[in-house]
Design a protein around this ligand. Structure first.
Ligand code: ATP
Ligand code: MG
Length: 312
């Protein structure tokens, strides 16, 4: 077992950021940690690393108790921060060397490791350029590289693909898969369900400071299988129509996202006419029925969208 987080509570004044959070990670797993804004993902990660103290519960990393003072734990973890933390006026190479030196790596060791890390993050040709001349995607990749220099057996990535171009994004996803193939254990936090679907061997869904579901993609989808999702797009969504839908027998769940309703109904029940009835006099833009995917699991369990911003 690489990591055990047991019933952890963490308060920031009046905010209960972690509320009985528990999760376990085994050697070689790629864990996807999904949750809406403010769910407590970053707080959980910072507690695991020992950057902030917990109020209650226990955290064990590689069999060691996390009390915030154990430097050995810190050395075993590569932490890719949600906010990019790089020195803009230094070159990519100097950034890699600097972060490696924080882990006590010697000059020769650093020199030998830089080309390996540069290959993983695909920055071989640009290492001597100053970071301020990098694109957003290159900075993200370097941010990951800095966390890999000391060859940590556990890598924790907190939203490593925010605000980058699709090429860098797919490069990062490939790197995650490659690192996993080489035996690293990885915790990957993202707002992008399709990324988690692509890389994770197991998924934790977090909301309001605790884990509300976990399992493989297939297991999670199976939780709402037997359901069909009917998506109805209108010009203007309304809570009134939502309550009309919820009052129909057989409607299990309704999520209203902007102009789109996602309606979960048991498969095989002829209910479309009743649903359309609830939309009487509301002009419909489109209707679509489909099998549930991870996004539907998430919506059904949390009733929330994963991202604040409107989908493009
Ligand atoms: N240092 C802090 N001081 C006070 N409140 C905090 C602090 N850090 C986090 N919080 C609060 O704790 C809760 C959980 O925040 P956290 O950043 O862990 O969520 P998150 O899941 O990482 O969200 P996001 O997806 O937006 O990154 C939020 O309500 C947040 O405002
Ligand atoms: Mg966060």
């Amino acid at each position: 077992m690489v990591l055990q987080v047991h019933e952890v509570m963490k308060r920031f004044n009046a905010t209960l950021a972690l509320d009985g959070c528990s999760l376990e990670v085994e050697q070689g797993e790629v864990i996807g940690l999904l949750g809406p804004n403010g769910a407590g993902k970053t707080t959980c990660i910072r507690c695991i690393i020992g950057l902030i103290p917990i109020d209650e519960g226990t955290i064990t990393v590689f069999g060691m108790h996390q009390d915030g003072r154990n430097k050995e734990i810190r050395r075993k973890i590569g932490y890719v921060t949600q906010e990019i933390t790089l020195y803009e006026d230094m070159s990519g190479k100097d950034n890699l060397a600097f972060f490696a030196s924080l882990y006590g790596m010697g000059k020769d060791e650093i020199g030998a490791r830089i080309p390996e890390v540069a290959a993983i993050i695909g920055l071989e040709g640009r290492l001597t350029d100053k970071v301020k001349h990098y694109s957003g995607g290159m900075k993200r990749r370097l941010n990951i590289g800095c966390a890999l220099m000391h060859s940590p057996p556990l890598i924790i990535m907190d939203e490593p693909t925010v605000g980058i171009d699709p090429q860098s994004r797919s490069f990062i996803l490939r790197s995650v898969k490659e690192l996993a193939k080489r035996g690293s254990t990885i915790i990957y936090t993202s707002h992008y369900i399709e990324e988690v679907e692509a890389v994770a061997s197991r998924i934790y869904i977090m909301d309001s400071g605790h884990i509300i579901a976990q399992g493989t993609l297939a297991q999670l989808v199976a939780r709402i299988q037997g359901d069909h999702i009917i998506e109805v797009e209108v010009r203007l969504g309304s809570e009134e129509v939502k309550s009309r839908l919820l009052s129909l027998p057989d409607v299990k769940e309704v999520v209203l996202e902007g102009n789109r309703y996602r309606i979960a109904v048991p498969a095989g029940i002829p209910i479309l006419d009743k649903i359309l009835g609830a939309f009487a006099h509301v002009p419909l833009v489109s209707i679509n029925t489909k099998q549930p995917n991870l996004e539907d699991v998430f919506l059904t369990l949390t009733g929330k969208q994963l991202r604040d911003e409107v989908k493009s």
